[in-house]
Design a protein around this ligand. Structure first.
Ligand code: ARG
Length: 460
């Protein structure tokens, strides 16, 4: 009998080129624990359908247990001739049980098996991903707590805009990662559907019990449509979107850390354990983790667009094109499992130079908006207040002075609405303290935000 699961109607073996192209064992053997879990559930269903005796079911499950152990111990390895994980495991079963090993395939197809395996795999690994994300959020929040009151330049267009606190800036990154955590949990809800029982595409004439299988495998429900069950890879594409989004968030954080650690900024210094050196320039301390976080986002986006392109215009139901779903999913999850702990370590151990940040906070005339708001509080229309303040900034630029250094007569000359008491709003502390509305960078709202973030992190 052929080792292949489909040899019966063929007179010869596959061409070597076909076998090489077709094989997925070099990457799909990581699905073994999930394929075996599904097989255990299927064996129980076959018994209840009267297609296996209790004794046969017991022997099959014992062989599956042994096979799982043998794979983990490296005693059982797949070969190209096995084609895929399902074929390899059936060979292992037949090696252990003889003809009985061939009974388990009844009512089942690799099409519903692979869709089930990948859902199980991604659900398990998305939970690990969420745990890694949570660690990063905690590291960012701990730094934010330390620097909740540290004044810093707030930027738009990478130019000084208005003073903020450094904690507020770090918490802005946490907000994005919290949305990613939300995305992972609602993705899990939608992915909690079991394809097993769909067979090749049409369901089975045997008395299977997809609902019981779904329950045993931890799915909320069994698929409503057997064709959809084997054709659908929305869950894989959606997960790749979430991983790409996480990658983009990491790259934006990475980019900022790269800037913050430059000689020009000097806001942050990385711990030696989380920085790299140069093979020729002895003085260098490079932020390779941040750069790899930024760089990896490219492949995460590529994995998403690659799978979307594979799925586009694919007719229902199963087509072999779908075998292309696994490598991008594995690659994105593997890479985030590498990047996230490194970024977390880098963030947790970085030293923030609060003095440099505080000194930089008022630079670039970042308190100009305070003058405009002061004028507005005096009843000047914002349009005029903006013009007047612009003239003050122009004066400073020309005379080489800061906003608070503009002499009384110059203020009066610029506008009848200006007088020396405007200087009272020209401090970073005043600008920060004045921001009391929810979500803004003042001490009150930042404290509220910290409390809310901490509660959410603790409740995950
Ligand atoms: N290795 C295949 C995949 O990853 C499993 C399903 C194969 N099904 C088939 N009818 N050839 O999609």
């Amino acid at each position: 009998m052929s080792q292949r699961l489909w040899g019966g109607r063929f007179s010869g073996g596959p061409a070597d080129a076909l076998a090489q192209l077709s094989a997925s064992v070099h990457y799909d053997m990581r699905l073994v624990p999930y394929d075996i879990a599904a097989s255990r559930a299927h064996a129980r269903v076959l018994e209840r359908a009267g297609l296996l005796t209790g004794d046969e079911r017991e022997r099959i499950i014992a062989a599956l247990d042994d096979l799982e152990r043998a794979v983990a111990a490296g005693e059982f390895t797949a070969t190209i001739a096995d084609e895929d994980v399902h074929t390899a495991l059936e060979r292992g079963l037949v090696e252990r049980l003889g003809a009985l090993g061939g009974k388990l395939r009844a009512g089942r197809s690799r099409n519903d098996q692979i869709a089930t395996d990948l859902r199980l795999y991604t659900r398990a690994h998305a939970r690990d991903l969420a745990a890694d994300l949570l660690d990063l959020c905690e590291a960012l929040t701990a730094q934010a707590e330390l620097h909740r009151g540290t004044p810093a330049p707030g930027m738009t267009h990478t130019q000084h805009g208005q003073p903020i606190t450094f904690g507020h800036q770090l918490l802005a990154h946490v907000q994005g990662f919290l949305r990613d955590l939300d995305r992972l949990s609602d993705w899990d809800e939608r992915t909690s559907v079991s394809p097993l029982g769909a067979g090749a595409l049409a369901g089975s004439s045997l008395k299977l019990d997809p609902v019981a299988v779904a329950e045993e495998l931890g799915f909320k429900e069994a698929a409503a449509n057997s064709i959809d069950a084997v054709s659908d890879r929305d869950f894989a594409a959606e997960l790749l979107f979430v991983t790409a989004m996480i990658g983009i968030h990491l790259s934006r954080l990475g980019e900022e850390i790269i800037l913050w650690t430059t000689t020009e900024f000097g806001w942050v210094e990385l711990d030696d354990a989380f920085a790299t050196g140069s093979s020729i320039m002895p003085q260098k301390k490079n932020s390779d983790i941040a750069e790899l976080a930024r760089g990896k986002s490219g492949r995460l986006i590529g994995n998403l667009t690659g799978l979307l392109a594979t799925l586009k215009a694919l007719p229902f139901s199963y087509n072999r094109d779908l075998q292309e779903d696994k490598e991008p999913v594995f690659d994105s999850l593997d890479n985030l499992a590498l990047v996230l702990p490194a970024v977390t370590g880098m963030v947790a151990t970085m030293r923030v130079h609060a003095d440099v940040l505080a000194a930089a906070a008022p630079l670039g005339f970042s308190l100009a908006t305070e003058i405009a708001d002061w004028l507005v509080r005096k009843g000047v229309p914002f349009r005029d207040a903006h013009e007047i303040t612009g003239a003050v900034v122009q004066y400073c630029g020309k005379e080489g002075v800061e906003l608070h250094e503009v002499p009384d007569d110059a203020l009066a000359a610029i506008s009848e609405h200006l007088d020396p008491s405007v200087r009272s709003v020209l401090t970073v502390e005043g600008a920060l303290a004045g921001r009391t509305t929810p979500g803004s960078t003042g001490p009150g709202p930042v404290a509220d935000q910290l409390a809310a973030v901490t509660t959410r992190l603790a409740s995950w």
